[in-house]
Design a protein around this ligand. Structure first.
Ligand code: SF4
Length: 405
């Protein structure tokens, strides 16, 4: 089934970045450093940007964070780094944005959670004060609803209005309806307050893949706002990556989503940039963006000459990673490169022909020779101990010829 056409959304300007409409789906991430720790926030922000984050969010939770944010943004801009910085506000966003006009002006976007702006009459008043600052500074706002901090009044009202379905799904239905209503109604109120459609982004994150998909589909059907996709409290490691991938892939495949963040619980030894890598892999695997060359390799099986195949697949991936910093600078479009490293004659020649450049290693019991294919044609037959060196030589020649023009 081909990718369904992208949902129509307005083009949203965030600093120098454009998202929504026909712009590429934007990769973003969020620091986990205390924003008041300027050195740590600077270092992690730069690392995320170097890894490919196109927008970075910081928590802005108190005076110290507000003042530090202004200084770090100034340092980023004077270093020539224009990546948009988003301020994440909860509970006191109206106070901080009014108290620090430099902060309101320096941030490229504000993120607010309608479940965390106050209760009762205070809710609308505080929300309106934040929107007024955004209107004054011409800044976009993400209205980010989160299942874990849902506006309780909306939840309770939806619960009263939802008939007793005698269904085990009643609680789920109430939750999804409440999340959707909170997002859509908050956006409607922001527009009444003067924030235009093209300065509003919505998100509706939940910790369940199924509920997240359902909520985003309903929001997409109910309004035209640009959408930020993500699964909240996704967890860490394999669970977080698989859960986020499952939710985002289904939505993106339906043309829903203008920017993505994969939220992973920090783990010792795993850099924050893993979030960016996962976003890039999701978008690239769906054919929506090209970030790094793809190395297609088979899983290997009883026909593989295991050691040679495993080592070559690993070494070619390493070669690509090592060369990418330079390739990225001198070869625009290098992310579209497709390389195949296959383990035997069964699928090797076919997959290698489909790649831009591919090598099919000899399986057990086969003639110990490795055909190399370039743009579908066999160009060499490699043998012996120099296979890696000769193949990477052909790879470099191909890259220079195709991307160096
Ligand atoms: S290409 Fe050959 S070695 Fe690789 S998985 Fe298929 S049969 Fe096994």
């Amino acid at each position: 089934m081909p990718l369904l056409s992208r949902r129509k959304t307005p083009s949203v300007r965030i600093g120098r970045l454009q998202m929504g409409a026909d712009h590429p789906v934007v990769v973003q991430s969020m620091t986990d450093t205390p924003t008041a720790d300027e050195a740590a926030t600077w270092a992690q922000t730069v690392a995320l940007i170097e890894a490919g984050a196109e927008m970075v969010r910081w928590t802005v939770n108190d005076d110290a964070a507000a003042l530090a944010a202004v200084r770090v943004i100034s340092r980023l801009r004077s270093s020539g780094i224009e990546t948009p910085i988003v301020g994440d506000f909860h509970f006191n966003g109206h106070l901080l944005l009014e108290k620090y006009p430099d902060l309101a002006g320096a941030l490229d976007k504000y993120r607010i959670n309608p479940g965390n702006v106050g209760r009762g009459l205070r809710h609308d008043e505080n929300f309106a004060r934040i929107i007024a600052v955004a209107v004054r500074h011409k800044k976009p706002v993400r209205i980010g609803v989160n299942g874990g901090s849902l506006d309780q009044e909306i939840h309770d009202r939806i619960a009263r209005e939802t008939p007793d379905l005698e269904s085990p799904n009643r609680a789920r239905e109430i939750m999804v309806r409440a999340v959707v209503e909170s997002a859509v109604e908050s956006a409607r109120y922001a527009m009444e307050l003067g924030l235009p459609l093209e300065r509003i982004v919505l998100s509706a994150k939940m910790s369940s893949v199924d509920e997240t998909i359902d909520a985003y589909e309903r929001i997409a059907a109910a309004c035209d706002h640009a959408l930020h996709l993500g699964l909240t409290e996704a967890g860490g490691g394999m669970r977080g990556i698989v859960g986020s991938t499952a939710a985002l892939a289904v939505l993106l495949r339906k043309g829903i989503g203008d920017t993505v963040r994969v939220s992973l619980t920090p783990e010792p030894g795993i850099p924050r940039t893993r979030e960016v890598e996962v976003c890039q892999e999701i978008l690239q695997s769906l054919g929506l963006r090209d970030f790094v060359p793809s190395v297609v390799s088979c899983p290997g099986c009883g026909r593989t000459q295991s050691v040679l195949f495993q080592e070559l697949a690993r070494d070619i991936r390493t070669h690509v990673s090592r060369r990418m910093p330079e390739w990225r600078k001198i070869y625009p479009g290098i992310g579209a490169l497709r390389i195949a490293v296959m383990g035997c004659v069964v699928n090797g020649p076919g997959e290698s022909r489909h790649a831009d450049i591919g090598i099919s290693l000899p399986g057990a019991m086969e003639d110990p020779a490795a055909p190399v294919y370039v743009d579908g044609k066999r160009v060499a037959l490699l043998r012996g101990n120099a296979i890696y060196a000769e193949f990477t030589g052909l790879l470099e020649k191909y890259v220079a010829g195709r991307f160096g023009k």
